[in-house]
Ligand binder design. Sequence first.
Ligand SMILES: CC(C)(COP(=O)(O)OP(=O)(O)OC[C@H]1O[C@@H](n2cnc3c(N)ncnc32)[C@H](O)[C@@H]1OP(=O)(O)O)[C@@H](O)C(=O)NCCC(=O)NCCS
Length: 150
Amino acid sequence: MKIDLVPFDLRYADAIADIEKDSFSDPWSKEAFISSVTSPFTDITVALFYEGSVPTVCGYSVTVSLPPECEILNIAVARDQRRKGIAELLIQDIAERASKNGCDTLMLEVRISNLAARALYEKLGFEAVGIRKAYYRYPIEDAILMDKRL
Ligand SMILES: CC(C)(COP(=O)(O)OP(=O)(O)OC[C@H]1O[C@@H](n2cnc3c(N)ncnc32)[C@H](O)[C@@H]1OP(=O)(O)O)[C@@H](O)C(=O)NCCC(=O)NCCS
């Protein structure tokens, strides 16, 4: 399956919000995605696959880049497209762009109970560097702070 990574566009906002709702217990709203791209430091990258010539959104990432650090604020893949390497592709792309922008570290927070995401980050070389107590709501849960040197 060929995946294209493209910058955020308003026409993808509904599909992103649907994946987000299905992926998180405390999802971002569609408006939160739209307003986040108004910041010059924030990027949303959208993963698309094609059925014929029609693009379907299958994942996305949101990053904020403030050299020397780039933070992954959000990443998700449509439930029916998981375990096909799409998140790995998104993170490789983030790492390449962050490096070009002068960043030397990628960082993120992840729920302690999110074993799939933790396995993903560990596979890609992220290391746990701290705990943020009660960082998340709905349900309240600690975050593991992870980073990766580029
Ligand atoms: C976490 C998530 C983004 C992974 O997306 P994905 O496209 O399925 O991940 P990939 O196919 O690129 O997986 C890469 C590696 O991550 C690990 N991984 C991914 N999902 C996993 C799972 N359910 N269980 C165990 N390991 C997993 C594996 O090491 C995998 O490599 P492998 O398939 O060769 O074993 C996806 O499960 C998701 O959208 N979850 C809901 C949203 C979320 O939790 N986002 C992260 C917030 S911090």
